[in-house]
Ligand binder design. Sequence first.
Ligand code: HMG
Ligand code: MG
Length: 298
Amino acid sequence: NLPNKVKIVEVGPRDGLQNEKQSVSAAVKVALVDRLSRAGFLNIEAASFVSPKWVPQMATSVDVMAQIARRPGTIYSALTPNMQGFEAALASRADEVVIFGSASEAFSQKNINCSIAESIARFAPVAQAAKEHGLRLRASISCAFGCPYQGDVPLAAVADVVGRMRDLGCDEIDIADTIGVATARQTQAVMLRAASEFRIEAIAGHFHDTYGQALANIYASLEVGVSIFHSSVSGLGGCPYAKGATGNVATEDVLYLMQGLGIETGIDLDMVVDAGQFIARQLGRNGASRAGNALAAK
Ligand code: HMG
Ligand code: MG
């Protein structure tokens, strides 16, 4: 009894590219986002309005949002850690803003320079402003399966942050394996615990593939009713505040899995493969999607 349809949120232009050391021009990012929207994604994380000193690669977010060819019905999202980020997202006509917290105190400090409780206080006005302006509000919870600084993260800590994000009025909550350490049974335990605080239809799985477990964790999530997943075209990504973390699970691999399971995504895999080869060429390296490379070689 797997779902017959899933929503895939393409996060490559943000989570993927934010971690690239070589700078990627706004024009290339725009070309990537436009290829992805043409491939059928209805959800693309395209921008991040954070301090350019902390994440230089996202400094071009205003230009990217100004230059993309917006497809009607496509939701272009932006990360907004505080009101300064929210104002920029609003001016850039983001459709959805993403507040991002953590289930780990240590990671919260390293990533956004404040405690979990302080972060929720910063998010509250962002959440309120999003509602006032009719923007969709999503929350991401990092280190829900393990933390590079504190190690284990208790289920109760995840449940607590999910509850706080729910109380802020979030439309969707992402449970993130920032450093890609989760395994399948653990994934189910965390997802079920999150689902005790928030409706499972609006919980997303955000998996990184550091330990090669992301597809197994997605399958395990499907089994307990999760039907929203994040992925990066060509497996782009990592996290500047999580040393050694590799990219998100590759979108092409996820689409190949869903195709095999007969689960509808509404996305054209061949066009995503092309987009993946395009960005890999721009970065001067091979794509990191196994399915993408195999299909491109055919
Ligand atoms: P802070 O230093 O505590 O904030 O940073 P502050 O309010 O004291 O401001 C300090 C400076 O930052 C000021 O500039 C502000 O103007 C500027 P200065 O006066 O020094 O020139 N500033 C901003 N600039 C642009 N946009 C803003 C903004 N806010 C303040 N919105 C802050 C706090 C959160 C801003 C900072 O820590 C930061 O930007 N951190 C970056 C966090 C980040 O982007 N991490 C990566 C994304 S999260 C992720 O990838 C995980 C995820 O994928 C899920 C998963 O896998 O786990 C989502
Ligand atoms: Mg991530």
